[in-house]
Write a protein that binds this ligand. Structure first.
Ligand SMILES: [Ca+2]
Ligand SMILES: [Ca+2]
Length: 305
């Protein structure tokens, strides 16, 4: 009686972990199941419970991260936050480059909590896997003056990749598709943008975010997006994986953008952008920004496993 129960447990565990297409070993004894039974029948003699080991294994493999989970990337020590998969309205019909708003579904992924810092990037340089930035910056500032390929090289070295444009926008806006990472209305306390310190003609003289140029990564905690990602609005622009191109109205899953192009998309605006330029759906599609460009206001963050 006990042996029959054990065999049933063993077979159930094997069924749940094996490919569903393999049915014959589940219903008829084979060399595989006999060997498994021989192993497990020795263990229960020492304890009254049977087969706790197989049950635990099955539970562990189904655990998934959730919103708010933070992880640390081994290669460079950067923190990443979990973005659960979901669906949102990508784009904004009110702006030509962002129209049409269309339904996009993305699978779950990790994204860097902040822009990649100079300290993190220099870890890769020291390892011989990244080209030095064109202009050296303080360690806590976001690394800039790196090309699109430099960004790809860093993320690859770190065991990650650049986010797609859709992933980036979903991490910034969430299922509710907020205009700004923190919500519906612009908040000058939540972002490094073109404030009173900025010398551009469109500076907001009523706001003081403390910086004319880039601020250290993570300076504005109230600007966190729904997953806890910081500085997705402003500070420095961020390279994403996609070639520049117009949106389609079709609903899509895990879009990766055009197959080819001449410019790569940058996202999020920067310290010289106005309130409209740091909206989470805002797209800068190239202009004079080539993938080889190394601008002082363009950095990046990684996404991936
Ligand atoms: Ca500023
Ligand atoms: Ca940014």
């Amino acid at each position: 009686m006990r042996k029959v129960g054990l065999l049933a447990l063993v077979l159930a565990a094997a069924c749940s972990s094996a490919d569903t297409a393999v049915t014959s070993p589940m219903t008829t004894p084979s060399t595989t199941t006999s060997a498994t039974r021989a192993t497990t029948t020795t263990a229960p003699t020492a304890t009254t419970g049977s087969a706790p080991t197989t049950t635990t294994t099955t539970t562990t493999t189904t655990t998934l991260p959730s919103v708010g989970d933070v992880s640390t990337r081994a290669a460079d020590g950067s923190e990443t936050v979990w973005v659960p998969g979901g669906t949102f309205a990508m784009g904004d019909d009110a702006f030509a480059a962002e129209a049409p708003a269309h339904e996009v579904t993305v699978g779950g992924f990790w994204i860097d909590r902040t822009e990649v810092s100079t300290a993190a990037y220099d870890t890769c340089v020291a390892a011989g896997a990244c080209r030095p930035a064109r202009v050296a910056g303080d360690e806590d500032l976001p690394v800039t003056t790196v090309s699109w390929q430099d960004a790809v090289d860093f993320c690859t070295w770190a065991g990650s990749r650049l986010p797609t444009e859709a992933e980036w926008e979903y991490a910034a806006r969430g299922p509710a598709a907020f205009p700004y990472p923190w919500g519906a209305a612009f908040d000058p306390a939540a972002v490094n943008f073109c404030d009173v310190n900025c010398t551009e003609a469109w500076s907001d003289e009523a706001a003081d975010d403390g910086y004319a140029g880039a601020a250290p990564v993570g300076t504005y905690p109230s600007g966190a997006s729904w997953v806890g990602a910081l500085d997705m609005a402003g500070n420095v622009w961020e390279w994403v994986a996609d070639w520049s191109g117009p949106y389609s109205a079709d609903a899509v899953r895990d879009p990766t953008g055009p197959d080819e192009g001449t410019t790569r998309v940058i996202r999020g605006g920067a310290y010289a952008s106005d309130a409209g330029g740091v909206r989470a759906s805002y797209r800068f599609l190239g202009g004079d920004v080539r993938p080889t460009s190394r601008h002082p206001n363009i950095g990046f963050r990684c996404a991936g496993p």
